[in-house]
Design a protein around this ligand. Sequence first.
Ligand code: GLC
Length: 528
Amino acid sequence: MKKVWWKHGVIYQIYPRSFKDSNHDGIGDINGITECLDYLQDLGIDGIWLSPLYRSPMYDFGYDVSDYCDIDPVFGTMRDFKHLVKEAEKRNIAIIMDMVFNHTSHLHPWFLESRSSKDNPKRDWYIWHPGKKRKVPNNWMAAFGGRAWEWDPLTQEYYLHLFTKQQPDLNWRNPNVKKAMFDVLRFWMDNGVKGFRFDVINLLVKDRQFRNNPYKLRFTNPRRHDQQLHIYDRNQPEAHEILKEMRILFDSYGTIMSVGEIYLDEGIRDSHLPASFLGNNDELHMNFNFSTMFASFNCYELRKIMIDWYEAIGGKGWPCYVFSNHDQSRAITRIAKNDLQKAKLLAVLLLTQKGTPFIYYGEEIGMVDGKFPYRYIQDPVGKKYWPFHTGRDKARTPMQWDATSYAGFSTAKPWLPVNPDYTRTNVALQSKNAESMLQFYRQLIALRKSRKELYAGEIEFLPGSDDVMLYKRVWNNDTCLVALNFSSSKRKINFDSTCRVLLSSYQKNIIDVQTITLDPFEAVICSK
Ligand code: GLC
């Protein structure tokens, strides 16, 4: 078997604004990331997914792109980027770009042209509609608040935006849009990029007739967007055709990886939808399944999500796992309620599944959600929905490198406040402490790397109990057993033969056992 970096490796997401500031403006940048590559190599990761670095007016912090083939000056230059790719390559780390294909910025030259007149050649690159008797064309709502349609007085038509009005949706039914975007992919692949993460990729194509979305029968969420069943504004069959063509393009380049964000409404657990965008091994290589992210700290629930996910995928693609990203409360806060032992258990669960694990910056040191008052809020979602939804800034606070001012992230005041716990939770301190979260992640990743059964083997869930999850990872004659105690009391497990404990989340010594008593929330990996 050949080791494939994206299948058998570990991927690390960086939110560039918040990782490391090299030019003292309070905002993280590309050269900052390059400075930290040794740290990431030490951690043992194989790829870095970078949230958008492209030119952008930053209404949605880069998810509103005004030039797909250039770097925003706030992050650096194209030269800095090429340097990063080269330095990463030296360390066997692949660079993955974030592709925002559903929409552009309203300041993208394509949109400026499109809105300039009804007969402009780019008019049809976006989704325009005259409306119905001077009213919006249908009931679609924007995910970030209000109607999804914006009236444009100049040409007297509405344009569609499923996010903010500064993010007009592209019309992917127009073949020229596809052609332009495929050129963007070529541009980055020619510049050494090895993979892509596709933003809200299931939103790409909308119903041709713009039919109204039906409303759910029951709902508790006060946001109208979340009260609708999103039948017509996403998940259209034509999107699969586009992804198939894209896969052909990737395959012509060799080892390019693609991973899709399959947008699920908050709290929804659905493995079949993300699995469907794998096609039959001929669409995206992997898709995020947010079911894990929306789960609670519950053995039964998590086990079911994992099993459903494997079943939904079958042989049609490769699984991947994620607990945290730049849009959600961090798993340590959301799922583990800031309990370090619970967070270590989640780390073991993430890094011992069959499939590619995605770690979000700071997860490896146990960074928790930030908490700050309204005046610091930057995220458009937080600004709109405060205090019902406090926005996504909480998961985007500056990386905590050391105990100096601003946590060593910057010498200037950062764009978002640093978590006050940085004097206790930081890389420098944890590097010296054998029992720290960081050392645990390092050991865990190293163990995963050293054992085929862990990075490539099959998975088999064992009966376990209500609060102990048990599974095997198997490669030929090699077997690892993983036991996770979700309970706040001790739990005893009897193995059928002697096992060696390779790693414990209590960082105990290696021992041979036939019976093991797990401490509260303890996770162990044993070899048979
Ligand atoms: C995705 C991104 C999110 C962004 C949205 C609109 O969900 O992860 O950060 O705001 O798409 O592009």
